[in-house]
Design a protein. Structure first.
Lengths: 239, 225
């Protein structure tokens, strides 16, 4: 009963098919420049933190990674709805690629967090609500990718992982509330604070630069991953 | 036929099969009981840690029982290609899903009715007036767990690993339910009333509604073939 899958390499090429080399080059170069500027800004421009010392500078990597971890999961959710609505493998490429890139950034959050927490809190890990939420996010990503690994038929893999992508994403508010009702150690929001940003202008500038650089890095990796998947499908069709 | 009638017919078929074989009731009920027995040998049965530890043990036992039982329930349909007959019958996809959820719920509830009193005795618990809260927490958490596990197990049976992947799919999604169930059960074991576990009950109720609605909305995308 399943609808026929679209032939890959169909004439209506979109951004979810093979990437244009020129586009990749432009995006890659902008990402490299902004990342270099973020690292230079984090190390030299932003002032050191009076209490936390140099460990605080990991903030400029940690917060943008956390933002991408959430954004990538939102993209998985939206692409999953599109898979079920259209039955197009293009959307499945987007969902799968976003999950793979998202898991890398979520791992970066889980690695940079403890590096900061050890000198500042005195412990690598605490069962704090935000840490727990991110840990659960990582588990959801891993479970999503595990499911994809165990289903061979492409359209079935697309449908199944879309259902899991939707169920997992809509559970995130419940994850948030369930862990929120334990006391929080994690620093509160310093930027999206009702009284305005609570950090010096130069720190905020470097953070915003980092958020932009990481968003470009996410788009670059996502595009490369989609391109790779599209090429792989082309080989499968011609083989 | 309304969806409710369809669901009842599917559930009645499953329950009749279960009553003839008693596969789930015996194997899985005994397995859950064994976890509680092993825990009572190795965990404190007095002092301040008793209630939180017992709440954790109870939910580990119930979670394992639910995962094992539901993996079995969908695998049965695939053994003699019964699923094809079910799909060609004039029953809506929603009816099939709700019927499966209903039969799984009734089997798990039958196990819980025996297991929970036994656990209270074996782990030397004194819930007192917390019995009402324990029943509400268990009912809501079980509805949430069974409805999400039924949906995901209908995918798991079609993977290369069969049911083996089911826990990997269910547990991360079900973590908020498990956290709330353990916390609510701990309040109940201390003799608490539903008012004292209000936010946990609200979370469990939200999870039950969400899981069931997502199952109804997405089940037809899983079994179309």
């Amino acid at each position: 009963m399943s609808k026929a899958t679209e032939p890959t390499g169909s004439p209506r090429a979109s951004v979810l098919d093979r990437a244009s080399p020129r586009g990749l080059a432009i995006l890659g170069a902008s990402t490299a420049v902004l990342l270099a500027a973020t690292i230079a800004g984090a190390l030299f421009l932003a002032p050191g933190d009076a209490i936390q010392g140099p460990a605080q500078r990991i903030f400029y990597i940690h917060v943008p990674s956390a933002w991408i971890g959430g954004l990538a999961f939102l993209v998985v959710f939206v692409a999953s709805i599109a898979v079920l609505a259209t039955r197009s493998r293009r959307w499945d490429r987007l969902a799968a690629s976003s999950a793979e890139v998202g898991v890398v950034f979520t791992l970066a959050v889980m690695l940079t967090g403890p590096l900061w927490a050890r000198p500042v809190w005195g412990a690598f890990w605490q069962w704090d609500p935000r840490l727990t939420s991110y840990f659960v996010l990582l588990l959801l990503y891993l479970s999503y990718l595990a499911l994809r690994g165990y289903v061979n038929e492409p359209m079935r893999r697309a449908r199944y992982s879309a259902v899991l992508g939707i169920v997992a994403f809509l559970n995130i508010p419940l994850v948030y509330f369930s862990v929120q009702w334990w006391d929080s150690l994690h620093p509160g929001p310093v930027v999206a604070n009702p009284e305005g940003p609570q950090l010096p202008g130069s720190m905020l500038a470097v953070l915003l630069l980092g958020l932009l650089a990481f968003t470009l890095l996410y788009l670059l990796l996502l595009w490369l991953r989609i391109d790779l998947t599209a090429r792989r499908e082309d080989v499968e069709v011609t083989a | 036929m309304t969806v409710a009638v369809e669901a009842w017919r599917v559930a009645r078929k499953d329950l009749r099969l279960e009553l003839r074989t008693r596969d789930m009731l015996t194997a899985i009920g005994l397995f859950a009981l064994l976890i509680v027995v092993v825990a009572s040998f190795s965990l404190p049965t007095t002092g301040a840690e008793r209630d939180p530890v017992a709440a954790g043990v109870l939910w580990i036992a119930l979670l394992f029982a639910i995962l094992l039982g539901i993996g079995r329930s969908l695998a049965l349909e695939h053994e003699a290609s019964c699923i094809d007959a079910l799909l060609t019958s004039p029953i809506s996809r929603e009816g099939i899903y709700l019927g499966k959820v209903l039969s799984n719920l009734l089997v798990v509830a039958a196990i819980q009715v025996v297991l929970l009193p036994l656990a209270v005795v074996l782990l030397q618990l004194e819930p007192g007036r917390g019995v009402g809260l324990l029943a509400v927490v268990t009912a809501l958490a079980t509805i949430a767990l069974v409805s999400v596990a039924t949906l995901l197990s209908s995918m798991a049976v079609n993977t290369r690993t069969r049911e083996a992947i089911l826990p990997v799919l269910v547990v991360p999604v079900a973590l908020p339910v498990l956290i709330a169930a353990v916390q609510g059960t701990e309040v109940a074991l201390g003799g608490g009333t539903p008012a004292e576990a209000g936010s946990w009950l609200a979370l469990l109720a939200a999870a039950a509604v969400l899981s069931l609605s997502l199952g109804i909305a997405t089940f037809r995308h899983v079994i179309e073939e």
